[in-house]
Design a protein around this ligand. Sequence first.
Ligand code: HEC
Length: 106
Amino acid sequence: MKSAIPMIVATASLIMAGSALAADMPAAGKAKCNMCHAVDKKVVGPSYKDISAKYKGDSDAAGKIAANITKGGSFGWKLGMMPPKGMGANEAEIKAMAEYVAGLAK
Ligand code: HEC
Protein backbone atom coordinates (compact mmCIF):
# COMPACT_ATOMS: atom_id res chain seq x y z
CA MET A 1 0.00 0.00 0.00
CA LYS A 2 2.92 2.32 0.75
CA SER A 3 3.86 2.51 -2.95
CA ALA A 4 0.39 3.59 -4.04
CA ILE A 5 0.89 7.14 -2.79
CA PRO A 6 3.67 8.21 -5.19
CA MET A 7 1.59 6.69 -8.01
CA ILE A 8 -1.40 8.83 -7.11
CA VAL A 9 0.78 11.94 -6.84
CA ALA A 10 2.38 11.23 -10.22
CA THR A 11 -1.01 10.67 -11.86
CA ALA A 12 -2.47 13.82 -10.34
CA SER A 13 0.42 15.98 -11.53
CA LEU A 14 0.14 14.50 -15.02
CA ILE A 15 -3.54 15.41 -15.14
CA MET A 16 -2.75 18.91 -13.89
CA ALA A 17 0.03 19.38 -16.47
CA GLY A 18 -2.41 18.26 -19.18
CA SER A 19 -5.07 20.76 -18.24
CA ALA A 20 -2.52 23.57 -17.87
CA LEU A 21 -1.43 22.96 -21.45
CA ALA A 22 -4.99 22.86 -22.72
CA ALA A 23 -5.81 26.10 -20.87
CA ASP A 24 -2.90 27.81 -22.61
CA MET A 25 -4.77 28.47 -25.83
CA PRO A 26 -7.30 31.29 -25.51
CA ALA A 27 -10.90 30.04 -25.73
CA ALA A 28 -11.46 32.12 -28.86
CA GLY A 29 -8.80 30.08 -30.64
CA LYS A 30 -10.71 26.88 -30.06
CA ALA A 31 -14.00 28.44 -31.10
CA LYS A 32 -12.90 30.60 -34.01
CA CYS A 33 -9.66 29.22 -35.41
CA ASN A 34 -9.36 25.53 -34.69
CA MET A 35 -11.47 24.34 -37.59
CA CYS A 36 -8.54 25.45 -39.74
CA HIS A 37 -5.57 25.45 -37.37
CA ALA A 38 -3.98 23.12 -34.83
CA VAL A 39 -0.99 23.62 -32.57
CA ASP A 40 1.37 21.13 -34.15
CA LYS A 41 -0.09 19.93 -37.41
CA LYS A 42 -1.24 21.50 -40.63
CA VAL A 43 -5.03 21.47 -41.05
CA VAL A 44 -6.48 23.93 -43.58
CA GLY A 45 -3.96 26.52 -42.44
CA PRO A 46 -0.42 26.15 -41.06
CA SER A 47 0.15 24.88 -37.51
CA TYR A 48 0.59 27.51 -34.80
CA LYS A 49 4.07 26.13 -34.14
CA ASP A 50 5.10 26.64 -37.79
CA ILE A 51 3.70 30.17 -37.71
CA SER A 52 5.54 30.85 -34.48
CA ALA A 53 8.80 29.56 -35.98
CA LYS A 54 8.36 31.97 -38.93
CA TYR A 55 8.41 34.91 -36.51
CA LYS A 56 10.98 33.57 -34.08
CA GLY A 57 13.41 36.28 -33.01
CA ASP A 58 11.15 39.06 -34.29
CA SER A 59 10.58 41.47 -31.42
CA ASP A 60 7.23 42.48 -32.91
CA ALA A 61 6.07 38.93 -33.67
CA ALA A 62 2.77 39.25 -31.79
CA GLY A 63 2.02 42.60 -33.44
CA LYS A 64 2.65 41.29 -36.96
CA ILE A 65 0.71 38.10 -36.34
CA ALA A 66 -2.23 40.09 -34.95
CA ALA A 67 -2.20 42.39 -38.01
CA ASN A 68 -2.24 39.39 -40.35
CA ILE A 69 -5.06 37.69 -38.47
CA THR A 70 -7.07 40.91 -38.69
CA LYS A 71 -6.60 41.46 -42.41
CA GLY A 72 -6.61 37.81 -43.48
CA GLY A 73 -5.48 36.76 -46.95
CA SER A 74 -2.42 34.77 -47.87
CA PHE A 75 0.96 34.97 -46.24
CA GLY A 76 3.12 32.76 -48.41
CA TRP A 77 2.11 29.39 -46.98
CA LYS A 78 0.45 28.47 -50.29
CA LEU A 79 -2.43 26.85 -48.45
CA GLY A 80 -5.15 29.22 -49.62
CA MET A 81 -6.76 32.18 -47.94
CA MET A 82 -7.17 32.95 -44.29
CA PRO A 83 -10.53 34.65 -43.61
CA PRO A 84 -10.12 38.12 -42.04
CA LYS A 85 -10.44 37.79 -38.23
CA GLY A 86 -10.86 34.02 -38.54
CA MET A 87 -14.47 33.23 -37.81
CA GLY A 88 -15.41 36.62 -36.36
CA ALA A 89 -12.82 37.03 -33.61
CA ASN A 90 -12.78 40.46 -31.96
CA GLU A 91 -9.70 42.60 -31.34
CA ALA A 92 -9.02 41.28 -27.84
CA GLU A 93 -9.37 37.68 -29.00
CA ILE A 94 -7.03 38.32 -31.95
CA LYS A 95 -4.46 39.90 -29.64
CA ALA A 96 -4.67 36.98 -27.22
CA MET A 97 -4.26 34.47 -30.05
CA ALA A 98 -1.36 36.42 -31.59
CA GLU A 99 0.47 36.44 -28.25
CA TYR A 100 -0.24 32.76 -27.76
CA VAL A 101 1.09 31.87 -31.24
CA ALA A 102 4.13 34.15 -30.92
CA GLY A 103 4.97 32.56 -27.57
CA LEU A 104 5.12 28.98 -28.89
CA ALA A 105 8.57 29.23 -30.47
CA LYS A 106 10.25 30.88 -27.50
C1 HEC B 1 -11.36 28.91 -42.92
C2 HEC B 1 -10.06 28.53 -42.43
C3 HEC B 1 -9.31 29.43 -41.46
C4 HEC B 1 -9.77 29.98 -40.27
C5 HEC B 1 -11.17 29.88 -39.67
C6 HEC B 1 -8.65 30.63 -39.67
N1 HEC B 1 -7.54 30.52 -40.47
FE1 HEC B 1 -5.68 31.26 -40.09
N2 HEC B 1 -5.06 30.63 -41.93
C7 HEC B 1 -5.79 29.89 -42.82
C8 HEC B 1 -5.00 29.61 -44.00
C9 HEC B 1 -5.44 28.79 -45.21
C10 HEC B 1 -3.75 30.23 -43.79
C11 HEC B 1 -2.53 30.23 -44.72
C12 HEC B 1 -2.63 31.26 -45.82
C13 HEC B 1 -1.48 31.08 -46.80
O1 HEC B 1 -1.48 30.08 -47.54
O2 HEC B 1 -0.57 31.91 -46.81
C14 HEC B 1 -3.81 30.86 -42.48
C15 HEC B 1 -2.77 31.56 -41.89
C16 HEC B 1 -2.77 32.04 -40.59
C17 HEC B 1 -1.67 32.69 -39.94
C18 HEC B 1 -0.29 32.96 -40.55
C19 HEC B 1 -0.01 34.42 -40.72
C20 HEC B 1 1.40 34.68 -41.17
O3 HEC B 1 1.84 35.79 -40.92
O4 HEC B 1 2.07 33.80 -41.74
C21 HEC B 1 -2.08 32.99 -38.66
C22 HEC B 1 -1.27 33.67 -37.57
C23 HEC B 1 -3.44 32.52 -38.52
N3 HEC B 1 -3.84 31.97 -39.71
C24 HEC B 1 -4.19 32.64 -37.38
C25 HEC B 1 -5.54 32.38 -37.27
C26 HEC B 1 -6.34 32.67 -36.12
C27 HEC B 1 -5.82 33.24 -34.82
C28 HEC B 1 -7.62 32.33 -36.43
C29 HEC B 1 -8.85 32.54 -35.57
C30 HEC B 1 -9.13 33.89 -35.10
C31 HEC B 1 -7.60 31.78 -37.77
N4 HEC B 1 -6.31 31.83 -38.26
C32 HEC B 1 -8.71 31.27 -38.44
C33 HEC B 1 -7.08 29.45 -42.64
C34 HEC B 1 -7.91 29.79 -41.58
